[in-house]
Structure formats: structure tokens, C-alpha cells
Ligand binder design. Structure first.
Ligand SMILES: Cc1cc2nc3c(=O)[nH]c(=O)nc-3n(C[C@H](O)[C@H](O)[C@H](O)COP(=O)(O)O)c2cc1C
Length: 202
């Protein structure tokens, strides 16, 4: 009986744990009266890290959401920053769907746009700002003249589907890009952009 009671309590305890669930790592913003959020689209996490560092540059006040998990109701936010990874000149479908579903609010509230791209292993420049930030992201958000930035991306073999990794590295080899993993994302550059966006609203 003693043992059974213990077992029941143990199982009940486990049940509670299962309901609450262990929480995944989550960006918890610094307290602020300003209501900002950063929303990003990613395949392999570069744009996620950029989004966190952009928020850090803003003083860490903006919660950071993957478009796949972003709140359906953006009413709690006055200011949005939208960022994306680029494949074939575009962001992930989930980000496009999210933007489409909140089009008028995103058009009205977006204060900054950024993209991360591989650019064959080189740091991107004005052409990629034009194509991916102003052209692509500016087009789907309708955000108008807001600050924009482009950041160098990564190729991370450990995260990639082997066929896709092979395809990308073969393409890069043909076009003179790096043969292996690379990481051109700069925390300093992301933070600088975050500070710039917030200063633009001050
Ligand atoms: C299938 C595929 C297509 C890509 N297409 C482009 C592209 O059109 N232009 C570019 O500059 N980089 C391109 N890249 C590089 C990505 O932009 C880069 O890996 C970036 O860091 C991805 O961000 P993520 O890790 O957030 O998904 C491509 C990468 C892959 C795997």
C-alpha cells in the first residue's frame, strides 16, 4: 500500500510535468513600455540568431518570434521588425503566409526589415539590400521607407538535409564559393541595426 501510494503520487507528479512540459529555450525580453516584436523566417537558424541580436541591439526589449510560432494576434505590439533568410531569392513560406494573414497591421507597424543571405560565402552589399530587403521583403510587407539591413549568412552541414547540402556545395564549388561550412553573420552588425531601428523611433 505504501509503495502503491508512492507510485500514484509519482505518476501524478509525472502527469503534472507532462502537462506543463519542459520549456524550450525562449527569448525573454527586458521590461519596457515600448511594445516591439521581431518576427523572422528561417530554415536553418541564421535568421533566428540575427533576430535575437537585432533585439539585443534594441536593448533586448523586443520578444523574438519564429513566423511558425508567432502570436496570431499582433494587437499587443505597436512596432514590428521583420527579418528573413533567403533561399532562391525568397523567404520561407511560413513567413509569407504570416505576413499575408496580417497584411494591414504589418504594413502599418513595420519599423525595420532585414534579410540574411549566403551570397556565395561573401559579405552581401547594396545589390542584396536592393533585391532581398527593399525588393522582396519591402514588397511582401508593404512597409515603405523603413530602415533595412542585409547580413551575411551561413551554411551549416550538421543541420542540413544531405541532398540539399550536396546541391549547395556543388553549386558553390562551380561558382567559386567556399567548399565547406561558413558563418558570416555578425552579432555586432545585427546589434548596430537594432540600435538604429530603435533610435529612428525615438
Ligand atoms: C537551397 C538554398 C538556396 C539558397 N538560395 C540563396 C539565394 O538565392 N541567395 C543567397 O544569397 N543565398 C542563398 N542561400 C544561402 C542562405 O541564404 C544562407 O544559408 C542563410 O544563412 C540561410 O538562413 P537560415 O539559416 O536562417 O535558413 C541558399 C541556401 C540554400 C540552402
Amino acid at each position: 500500500m505504501e509503495r502503491r501510494t508512492f507510485l500514484n503520487v509519482g505518476l501524478a507528479g509525472l502527469g503534472t510535468l507532462a502537462v506543463a512540459g519542459p520549456a524550450a529555450a525562449h527569448f525573454i525580453p527586458m521590461p519596457s513600455d515600448e511594445k516591439w516584436a521581431v518576427i523572422f523566417g528561417t530554415w536553418y537558424g541564421t535568421a533566428r540568431d540575427a533576430a535575437v541580436w537585432v533585439s539585443e541591439g534594441m536593448g533586448g526589449i523586443a520578444p523574438v518570434f519564429d513566423a511558425r510560432q508567432a502570436p496570431a494576434d499582433l494587437g499587443s505590439y505597436d512596432h514590428l521588425v521583420i527579418g528573413t533568410a533567403i533561399q532562391g531569392g525568397k523567404g520561407p513560406q511560413a513567413l509569407e503566409d504570416f505576413i499575408k494573414a496580417h497584411a494591414p497591421e504589418i504594413r502599418r507597424k513595420t519599423r525595420g526589415l532585414f534579410a540574411v543571405c549566403g551570397n556565395l560565402g561573401k559579405q552581401p552589399g547594396p545589390q542584396q539590400v536592393k533585391d532581398y530587403v527593399g525588393g522582396y521583403l519591402g514588397g511582401i510587407t508593404g512597409a515603405g521607407a523603413v530602415p533595412g539591413a542585409i547580413f551575411g549568412g551561413r551554411i551549416t552541414r550538421a543541420l542540413m538535409d544531405p541532398d540539399q547540402y550536396k546541391m549547395v556545395t556543388e553549386l558553390y564549388a562551380r561558382m567559386g564559393g567556399p567548399k565547406d561550412d561558413f558563418d558570416n553573420l555578425s552579432r555586432v552588425a545585427c546589434m548596430k541595426f537594432g540600435a538604429e531601428i530603435r533610435a529612428a523611433r525615438a
